[in-house]
Ligand binder design. Structure first.
Ligand SMILES: [Zn+2]
Length: 221
Protein backbone atom coordinates (compact mmCIF):
# COMPACT_ATOMS: atom_id res chain seq x y z
CA UNK A 1 0.00 0.00 0.00
CA UNK A 2 1.50 3.30 -1.04
CA UNK A 3 1.47 6.51 0.92
CA UNK A 4 -1.15 8.88 -0.38
CA UNK A 5 -2.72 12.04 0.85
CA UNK A 6 -5.69 14.13 -0.27
CA UNK A 7 -5.52 17.90 -0.60
CA UNK A 8 -7.87 20.72 -1.55
CA UNK A 9 -5.76 23.01 -3.75
CA UNK A 10 -8.36 25.75 -4.27
CA UNK A 11 -12.00 26.44 -5.06
CA UNK A 12 -13.90 27.03 -8.27
CA UNK A 13 -15.88 30.14 -9.26
CA UNK A 14 -18.93 28.52 -7.63
CA UNK A 15 -16.97 27.60 -4.50
CA UNK A 16 -16.51 23.89 -5.15
CA UNK A 17 -13.26 22.32 -3.88
CA UNK A 18 -10.59 21.32 -6.40
CA UNK A 19 -8.99 18.13 -5.13
CA UNK A 20 -5.52 16.68 -5.56
CA UNK A 21 -4.04 13.34 -4.49
CA UNK A 22 -0.34 12.90 -3.76
CA UNK A 23 1.20 9.45 -4.07
CA UNK A 24 4.61 8.67 -2.64
CA UNK A 25 6.98 6.08 -4.11
CA UNK A 26 8.24 3.13 -2.07
CA UNK A 27 11.10 4.06 0.24
CA UNK A 28 13.65 2.11 -1.85
CA UNK A 29 12.91 4.11 -5.02
CA UNK A 30 15.66 6.38 -6.31
CA UNK A 31 14.76 10.08 -6.02
CA UNK A 32 13.23 11.32 -9.29
CA UNK A 33 11.60 14.62 -10.25
CA UNK A 34 7.98 15.03 -9.22
CA UNK A 35 5.19 14.36 -11.73
CA UNK A 36 1.84 16.14 -11.94
CA UNK A 37 -1.11 14.89 -13.99
CA UNK A 38 -4.34 16.83 -14.32
CA UNK A 39 -7.59 16.38 -16.22
CA UNK A 40 -10.82 18.12 -17.15
CA UNK A 41 -9.50 21.63 -17.47
CA UNK A 42 -12.23 21.53 -20.12
CA UNK A 43 -15.51 20.49 -18.52
CA UNK A 44 -16.85 18.76 -21.62
CA UNK A 45 -14.03 16.20 -21.59
CA UNK A 46 -15.13 13.72 -18.89
CA UNK A 47 -12.93 10.97 -20.35
CA UNK A 48 -9.90 12.85 -18.99
CA UNK A 49 -11.36 12.72 -15.47
CA UNK A 50 -12.04 9.01 -15.67
CA UNK A 51 -8.58 8.26 -17.05
CA UNK A 52 -6.91 9.92 -14.06
CA UNK A 53 -9.33 8.43 -11.52
CA UNK A 54 -8.53 4.97 -12.88
CA UNK A 55 -4.80 5.70 -12.71
CA UNK A 56 -5.18 6.89 -9.11
CA UNK A 57 -7.02 3.68 -8.19
CA UNK A 58 -4.16 1.63 -9.63
CA UNK A 59 -1.52 3.64 -7.80
CA UNK A 60 -3.14 2.75 -4.47
CA UNK A 61 -2.29 -0.90 -5.12
CA UNK A 62 0.96 -0.34 -7.00
CA UNK A 63 2.77 2.85 -6.02
CA UNK A 64 4.50 5.08 -8.58
CA UNK A 65 8.26 5.34 -8.91
CA UNK A 66 8.27 9.06 -8.15
CA UNK A 67 6.22 11.52 -6.14
CA UNK A 68 3.08 11.84 -8.25
CA UNK A 69 0.29 14.37 -7.92
CA UNK A 70 -3.05 13.79 -9.64
CA UNK A 71 -5.77 16.41 -10.06
CA UNK A 72 -8.57 14.48 -11.79
CA UNK A 73 -10.77 17.56 -12.33
CA UNK A 74 -9.56 21.16 -12.54
CA UNK A 75 -12.78 22.60 -13.98
CA UNK A 76 -15.20 21.10 -11.45
CA UNK A 77 -18.03 23.52 -12.30
CA UNK A 78 -17.60 22.81 -16.02
CA UNK A 79 -17.70 19.02 -15.52
CA UNK A 80 -20.94 19.30 -13.54
CA UNK A 81 -22.48 21.67 -16.12
CA UNK A 82 -21.09 19.80 -19.14
CA UNK A 83 -19.42 22.95 -20.49
CA UNK A 84 -15.92 23.38 -21.89
CA UNK A 85 -15.45 26.71 -20.08
CA UNK A 86 -15.68 27.50 -16.37
CA UNK A 87 -18.64 29.21 -14.67
CA UNK A 88 -17.35 32.62 -15.85
CA UNK A 89 -17.35 31.24 -19.41
CA UNK A 90 -13.55 31.42 -19.56
CA UNK A 91 -11.51 28.78 -21.39
CA UNK A 92 -9.05 27.90 -18.61
CA UNK A 93 -6.55 26.57 -21.14
CA UNK A 94 -6.28 30.11 -22.60
CA UNK A 95 -6.01 31.82 -19.18
CA UNK A 96 -2.35 31.12 -18.34
CA UNK A 97 0.20 33.93 -18.14
CA UNK A 98 2.30 33.02 -21.16
CA UNK A 99 3.87 35.68 -23.35
CA UNK A 100 1.21 34.81 -25.95
CA UNK A 101 -1.76 35.57 -23.65
CA UNK A 102 -3.99 38.36 -25.01
CA UNK A 103 -7.61 39.47 -25.04
CA UNK A 104 -8.09 38.79 -28.77
CA UNK A 105 -9.60 35.38 -29.26
CA UNK A 106 -11.71 33.12 -31.42
CA UNK A 107 -15.40 32.88 -30.44
CA UNK A 108 -15.82 30.55 -27.45
CA UNK A 109 -12.15 30.67 -26.42
CA UNK A 110 -12.50 33.53 -23.91
CA UNK A 111 -9.06 33.94 -22.23
CA UNK A 112 -10.39 35.97 -19.24
CA UNK A 113 -10.09 39.70 -18.54
CA UNK A 114 -6.51 39.24 -17.32
CA UNK A 115 -4.06 36.33 -17.39
CA UNK A 116 -4.62 33.93 -14.48
CA UNK A 117 -7.64 35.83 -13.16
CA UNK A 118 -9.68 32.63 -12.72
CA UNK A 119 -9.63 30.70 -9.42
CA UNK A 120 -9.15 27.33 -11.13
CA UNK A 121 -6.08 28.61 -13.00
CA UNK A 122 -4.75 30.16 -9.79
CA UNK A 123 -5.14 26.88 -7.91
CA UNK A 124 -3.08 25.01 -10.50
CA UNK A 125 -0.40 27.72 -10.68
CA UNK A 126 -0.07 27.78 -6.88
CA UNK A 127 0.20 23.98 -6.72
CA UNK A 128 2.95 24.00 -9.34
CA UNK A 129 4.83 26.75 -7.49
CA UNK A 130 4.67 24.67 -4.32
CA UNK A 131 5.48 21.18 -5.59
CA UNK A 132 7.84 22.15 -8.48
CA UNK A 133 6.98 19.26 -10.80
CA UNK A 134 9.36 18.63 -13.69
CA UNK A 135 6.99 16.34 -15.61
CA UNK A 136 3.43 17.50 -16.26
CA UNK A 137 0.75 15.58 -18.14
CA UNK A 138 -2.40 17.47 -19.06
CA UNK A 139 -5.18 15.18 -20.26
CA UNK A 140 -7.76 16.30 -22.81
CA UNK A 141 -10.33 14.64 -25.04
CA UNK A 142 -10.21 15.90 -28.60
CA UNK A 143 -8.42 13.39 -30.85
CA UNK A 144 -5.73 10.78 -30.49
CA UNK A 145 -2.43 12.60 -30.00
CA UNK A 146 0.58 12.89 -27.67
CA UNK A 147 1.44 16.56 -27.99
CA UNK A 148 4.68 17.68 -26.38
CA UNK A 149 6.21 21.00 -25.35
CA UNK A 150 9.46 21.99 -23.66
CA UNK A 151 11.82 19.05 -23.11
CA UNK A 152 9.17 16.32 -23.45
CA UNK A 153 10.03 14.96 -26.91
CA UNK A 154 11.58 11.73 -25.61
CA UNK A 155 8.73 11.10 -23.17
CA UNK A 156 6.20 11.78 -25.95
CA UNK A 157 7.86 9.12 -28.12
CA UNK A 158 7.82 6.61 -25.26
CA UNK A 159 4.14 7.31 -24.57
CA UNK A 160 3.33 7.15 -28.28
CA UNK A 161 4.84 3.65 -28.47
CA UNK A 162 2.52 2.57 -25.65
CA UNK A 163 -0.78 4.08 -26.78
CA UNK A 164 -0.31 4.20 -30.55
CA UNK A 165 -1.21 7.88 -30.76
CA UNK A 166 1.21 10.00 -32.83
CA UNK A 167 3.73 12.23 -30.99
CA UNK A 168 3.42 15.81 -32.26
CA UNK A 169 5.00 19.12 -31.30
CA UNK A 170 2.38 21.28 -33.03
CA UNK A 171 -1.34 21.21 -32.28
CA UNK A 172 -1.97 22.55 -35.77
CA UNK A 173 -3.54 25.78 -34.49
CA UNK A 174 -2.40 28.63 -32.21
CA UNK A 175 -3.01 28.20 -28.47
CA UNK A 176 -2.19 31.56 -26.83
CA UNK A 177 -2.30 31.51 -23.03
CA UNK A 178 -2.39 27.71 -22.94
CA UNK A 179 -0.83 25.63 -20.19
CA UNK A 180 1.68 24.19 -22.68
CA UNK A 181 2.70 27.67 -23.85
CA UNK A 182 3.59 28.80 -20.31
CA UNK A 183 5.06 25.69 -18.73
CA UNK A 184 6.41 23.86 -21.79
CA UNK A 185 7.48 26.45 -24.34
CA UNK A 186 8.48 29.22 -21.91
CA UNK A 187 9.56 27.41 -18.72
CA UNK A 188 11.03 24.43 -20.56
CA UNK A 189 9.40 21.74 -18.40
CA UNK A 190 8.52 18.28 -19.66
CA UNK A 191 4.90 18.99 -20.69
CA UNK A 192 2.67 16.47 -22.44
CA UNK A 193 -0.84 17.21 -23.67
CA UNK A 194 -2.38 13.77 -23.99
CA UNK A 195 -5.47 13.80 -26.19
CA UNK A 196 -7.92 10.94 -26.37
CA UNK A 197 -10.89 11.07 -28.74
CA UNK A 198 -13.84 13.26 -27.80
CA UNK A 199 -16.47 10.82 -29.01
CA UNK A 200 -15.34 7.69 -27.27
CA UNK A 201 -16.53 5.80 -24.23
CA UNK A 202 -14.56 6.97 -21.17
CA UNK A 203 -13.55 3.41 -20.29
CA UNK A 204 -12.19 2.85 -23.78
CA UNK A 205 -10.10 6.04 -23.53
CA UNK A 206 -8.60 4.69 -20.29
CA UNK A 207 -7.81 1.31 -21.78
CA UNK A 208 -6.13 2.93 -24.80
CA UNK A 209 -3.93 5.22 -22.70
CA UNK A 210 -3.37 3.18 -19.55
CA UNK A 211 0.16 1.93 -20.22
CA UNK A 212 1.25 5.35 -21.55
CA UNK A 213 0.00 7.03 -18.36
CA UNK A 214 1.64 4.45 -16.14
CA UNK A 215 4.90 4.90 -18.03
CA UNK A 216 4.99 8.55 -16.89
CA UNK A 217 4.97 7.64 -13.20
CA UNK A 218 6.24 4.06 -12.83
CA UNK A 219 9.64 2.77 -11.86
CA UNK A 220 11.74 2.04 -14.94
CA UNK A 221 11.96 -1.69 -15.68
ZN1 LIG B 1 -9.47 20.12 -23.89
Amino acid sequence: MSGRELFVIGHTVLGRPIEAIRFDPPSYAKPRPTALLFGAIHGDEPASQLMLERLAEELIERPPGRVTWIVPVVNVDGILAGTRNNANDVDLNRNFASATWGTQHRPGYNPGAAAEDQPETQALVKLIDEIQPHRIITVHATYRMVNWDGCAEQLAKEMSERCGYPAENDMGYPTPGSFGAKYGVEKGLEVITLESPYLIACEEAWLETRSALRWCVDLPD
